[in-house]
Design a protein around this ligand. Structure first.
Ligand code: GLY
Ligand code: MN
Ligand code: MN
Length: 268
């Protein structure tokens, strides 16, 4: 993923990023297997969850969301970064990114082996996202977060759960351990933490015409985000007996870290 940040520039195609990833891993590690089709969505395509057409030319000012993983010794990884194509986030992009990063960081920080129920993390991530959207005015001020969560408003912006187990398959199965079950994190659990905010046309249309949802929204403000795309930040987190560790803890993740890394390490 660092290679992607070094290579990225406006005018490249999404598939060029897929090539950077695959060629780097092939050359360096003789990688032969991928965990799933590379997801390389720029601009509006970043709002499509499993977009893998990867044929759009990336423009100055776009966000680029890439979700790629490899298979190594039988086990897979599943990592998402969202970066600005030109190396610099706009204020609007930064605001959305920071909400998603807070959800990612706060969820990982609250993961306690044998104490945290996985479903509670899922709920936490969605409430952080609703709160963040309220703070920037897309959701009306003063309205109750628990109430809009229960009404299902989270689905408009993050229509997937916080993550899934990873292992022999990218969406692996385990003993009663999913974000929808009452299972606890336990020693050996390997799970993704991948909150996101997406501005998906049909989800926006649906919310704006649903009386139970539209009452929470500043529709005019929300409309400013049509075509914005999406942001997802995905870590693979390993649970030990008494702590957890993100295997992506050393990636540049804050907007400042990403901008700095891209400015200082460009190949071209
Ligand atoms: N790569 C698909 C997912 O994040 O679940
Ligand atoms: Mn993924
Ligand atoms: Mn995933």
């Amino acid at each position: 993923h660092l290679e992607l940040m070094k290579s990225m520039k406006p005018g490249m195609y999404e598939r060029d990023m897929e090539n950077v990833f695959c060629q780097y891993l092939r050359n360096k590690y003789y990688t032969r297997f991928w965990a799933y089709n590379c997801i390389c969505g720029s601009g509006p395509n970043s709002a499509t969850l499993h977009y893998d057409v990867n044929n759009r030319k990336m423009k100055d000012g776009d966000l680029f969301l890439t979700d790629m993983g490899i298979r190594f010794l039988g086990y897979v990884s599943d990592i998402t970064i969202t970066i600005p194509v030109n190396g610099k986030f706009t204020q609007k992009q930064k605001e959305i990114y920071d909400i998603v990063l807070k959800a990612n960081r706060d969820c990982i920080a609250s993961m306690k082996p044998n104490i945290t129920r996985i479903q509670d993390l899922n709920v936490l991530s969605k409430k952080i996202i609703l709160q963040g959207l309220q703070d920037i005015g897309i959701i009306k001020a003063g309205m109750n977060i628990d109430e809009m969560y229960n009404a299902g408003l989270w689905r408009t912006f993050m229509p997937h759960s916080l993550g899934h187990l990873v292992g022999l398959d990218v969406h692996d199965v385990g003993r009663n351990v999913t974000y929808k079950s009452m299972g606890y994190l336990e020693d050996g659990t390997f799970i993704t933490v991948e909150p996101g905010i997406y501005f998906i046309d049909f989800m926006m249309d649906k919310a704006e015409t649903d009386l139970n949802l539209v009452k929470y929204l500043n529709v005019e403000k929300l409309e400013e985000y049509r075509g914005f795309g999406g942001v997802r930040i995905e870590d693979d987190v390993l649970v030990y007996e008494d702590h957890v560790e993100s295997l992506q803890k050393d990636l540049p993740r804050t907007t400042e870290e990403i901008e700095q890394f891209m400015a200082n390490n460009k190949y071209n």
